[in-house]
Design a protein around this ligand. Structure first.
Ligand SMILES: Nc1ncnc2c1ncn2[C@@H]1O[C@H](COP(=O)(O)OP(=O)(O)O)[C@@H](O)[C@H]1O
Ligand SMILES: [Mg+2]
Length: 284
């Protein structure tokens, strides 16, 4: 029943003017050049308010570049990025980030890592600590408050990082392959954790991954990028799997398999292109 898949073939047909005001993030014909290398070319992407959107593309295609644009860490060479309808200048203060690498401060305990951002906001220490304890409990780390990052497993450190991001109550969360360094079992636990937290207070999420299965099991919408150079979205798919979802269970359902098959057909060509290009690079 492939015909029943809701697929928006062209992002430009989504009436950007009408969506712009309510969208959390709008990439409007964004191009990013590094010297004479065009990483991203004419990319238009929206992340709706409260929507969970995954951006999938082969390694090296420009995913982190797009995320850095959304974070306000990188200014596009051409085009515009807006946040809730307002053109972004400087850092995106409505967004929190979660990167692949651990960003925890090794000299601070789990609790004081989680409350670090609140200190910068000058919240009274007692209130910050109370909120920090609440968040550590929410990510399943009761009883680990006083541990230092090196005393925690990879999954636990990821939970601390998640609490550190969410305690700031950002409207938008930007995630760049946050779970890719975790073992498969821990990863599934973290993905379910993330979905539960997201369901509780519907943040707008831009989730970067090279893993199509992860993207489908988490998202409302999956956007596929072309291989670089000149990366841009080539297709997007609405993921109509029911929620709440258990990411390991949902992957066994016929609908998931069907979606995966259909989206992979689109992606495969781009992955092969990227692979061939890398082979050439290695041969040079
Ligand atoms: N600061 C930079 N200077 C020059 N080239 C860069 C820079 N950042 C990224 N690139 C290049 O842009 C392309 C996309 O990189 P990136 O966004 O990190 O890809 P991905 O996250 O999809 O793996 C790569 O070819 C990379 O080498
Ligand atoms: Mg990257």
């Amino acid at each position: 029943m492939i015909a029943s898949l809701k697929r928006a073939d062209n992002l430009a047909t989504m009436a950007p003017a009408a969506r712009k005001a309510e969208a959390a993030l709008t990439f409007d014909h964004v191009t990013v050049r590094f010297d004479d290398y065009t990483a991203v070319a004419d990319a238009s992407i929206t992340v709706g308010d409260g929507e969970f959107v995954s951006i999938v593309g082969p390694t090296g295609c420009g995913k982190s570049t797009l995320l850095n644009v959304a974070a306000g860490l990188l200014e596009p060479t051409a085009g515009d990025i807006s946040v809730y309808g307002k053109s972004l200048e400087g850092l995106n203060r409505q967004a929190g980030y979660l990167f692949q690498a651990d960003a925890l401060m090794p000299w601070r305990t789990a609790l004081s890592n989680v409350t670090a951002g609140l200190e910068y906001r000058r919240m009274a220490p007692k209130d910050a600590e109370e909120l920090g304890r609440k968040w550590l409990a929410r990510v399943g780390l009761n009883g680990h408050h006083e541990r230092f990052p090196h005393q925690l497993s990879g999954g636990m450190r990821k939970r601390v990082a998640l609490a550190q991001t969410l305690i700031m109550d950002p409207k938008i969360i930007l995630m760049d392959e946050p779970f890719s360094a975790l073992d498969v079992q821990t990863r599934v636990l973290m993905e379910n954790e993330l979905l539960a937290l997201w369901m509780a207070d519907k943040k707008s999420v831009m989730f970067i991954t090279h893993d199509l299965e992860e993207a489908i099991s988490l998202s409302d919408r999956v956007i596929i990028l072309s291989a670089g150079p000149g990366t841009h979205p080539i297709a997007e798919f609405v993921i109509d799997l029911p929620r709440p979802r258990d990411v390991s269970e949902v992957r066994m359902t016929p609908r998931f398999v069907e979606l995966h098959h259909h989206i992979w057909e689109t992606m495969r060509e781009e992955v092969l292109k990227a692979y061939e290009r890398n082979q050439h690079k290695l041969a040079d």
